[in-house]
Ligand binder design. Sequence first.
Ligand code: AMP
Length: 190
Amino acid sequence: MLNLIFFGPPGVGKGTQAARVAKHYDLVHISTGDILRAEIKQATDMGMIVKDIITAGELVPDDLLIELLESTCDKHKGTKGFVFDGFPRTIRQAEALDEMMERKQCKVSKVISLEVPPDELLRRLVNRAIEQGRTDDTAEVIKNRLVVYQKHTKPLIDFYKLKNIFVEVLGVGTIEGIFASLCNVIDNRY
Ligand code: AMP
């Protein structure tokens, strides 16, 4: 199996590239943010629980996310692999993912970190707020999401560097150019 994690702060372009990579390599793209937004839209029990958390730019509790991820993966038995986008976001989630992989006798192949300078990141988030009207893309919430990223998610860099599966790819340039760099990394041509 080819299991990839797309890593990086909000606005770095994970969603766009994760979808392209999944299509290209015939993998299942799992965006926890998209799943949660769909739950809110459908006003499910889960949607009701997570709505205010997401709107505030905070993290949804680990237990909920881990359960959500496992049940989503279980719907795709027999897949060639997964592209995880927006998961894991905490060490606890990363450990749970490792345990799940072990149970399925596979592992995370690579953690791909998209690198974008902070001023470009802010510009993209503000643009997305205008284009998509996401409730968590207001200036104040954007700031909080970046703080939450620094505190809870950034420590994952060392977690995955220790496992020697962490790779950085420049997330600046055209969508095609970035995609080509990603393919080089995934195909070990770097
Ligand atoms: P995203 O679309 O990946 O930026 O996710 C949007 C929001 O969904 C985040 O700001 C969190 O509130 C929530 N969320 C998505 N994935 C996770 C996760 N792995 N752990 C906790 N909260 C998450």
